[in-house]
Design a protein around this ligand. Structure first.
Ligand SMILES: CC(C)(COP(=O)(O)OP(=O)(O)OC[C@H]1O[C@@H](n2cnc3c(N)ncnc32)[C@H](O)[C@@H]1OP(=O)(O)O)[C@@H](O)C(=O)NCCC(=O)NCCS
Length: 170
């Protein structure tokens, strides 16, 4: 397992809000935020979110600011092969570089780990260097180039991380 860089201390980037589960009740707000985050035509349909959030295999997180508005979201699902899959992650443009993505990913990984998941995968566009930097910093490694992976014809990288997968223990 790769070492994870400790959280940076950036007093100018302090964010106050709440990390909590993302549920079907949040569907409308999630969809609207997703449209703001993915401006490249790759935003999910409402029904895709609905399906994901009704699946028992999903572990999803959101961050709300102190005014109660959703500012970040991330969804992970345990696939049939037992691998944890981060399907989407987004942070409102005005709240980026405050560790919100990092916090949500680590929280979902924790949830995966409690379910016995020991490998997590995700896909990222080859030109999305910021996201790749984030994933590398928290322990993901690029394992494969996937040509024309995206519906827009863009190439993607497959990135993988090993986690403890300890399951429940008392
Ligand atoms: C990618 C995204 C989720 C990152 O969210 P974020 O909350 O800003 O990320 P974090 O603050 O947790 O980033 C932690 C670290 O990752 C790296 N990082 C994150 N975004 C970066 C960027 N745009 N450029 C370079 N490094 C970046 C940095 O090392 C950062 O630490 P630092 O700010 O101390 O330098 C956000 O930019 C986003 O929503 N982008 C649009 C949607 C998207 O691309 N989703 C991912 C699809 S695979």
């Amino acid at each position: 397992m790769k070492a994870v860089r400790p959280f940076p201390q950036k007093p100018d980037a302090i964010f106050k809000g709440t990390l909590c589960p993302l549920t079907l009740m949040d569907l409308n707000e999630l969809w609207l935020l997703d449209l703001r985050v993915f401006t490249d035509g790759e935003a999910y349909e409402r029904d895709t979110f609905r399906q994901l959030l009704t699946s028992p295999e999903v572990i999803a997180r959101q961050i709300r600011n102190n005014n109660g508005h959703m500012v970040a979201f991330a969804i992970g699902i345990i696939e049939e092969d037992g691998i944890g899959h981060i399907t989407t992650i987004g942070v409102a443009p005005e709240h980026r570089r405050r560790n919100l993505a990092r916090i949500m990913l680590l929280s979902i990984e924790q949830g995966f780990s409690l379910c016995g998941v020991s490998t997590v995968r995700l896909e990222v566009r080859t030109d999305n260097k910021g996201a790749q930097q984030l994933y590398e910093e928290i322990g993901y490694t690029t394992t494969q180039l996937m040509r024309k992976y995206y519906s827009t014809g863009d190439d993607g990288y497959l990135m993988i991380k090993a986690i403890s997968g300890r399951g429940w223990g008392f």
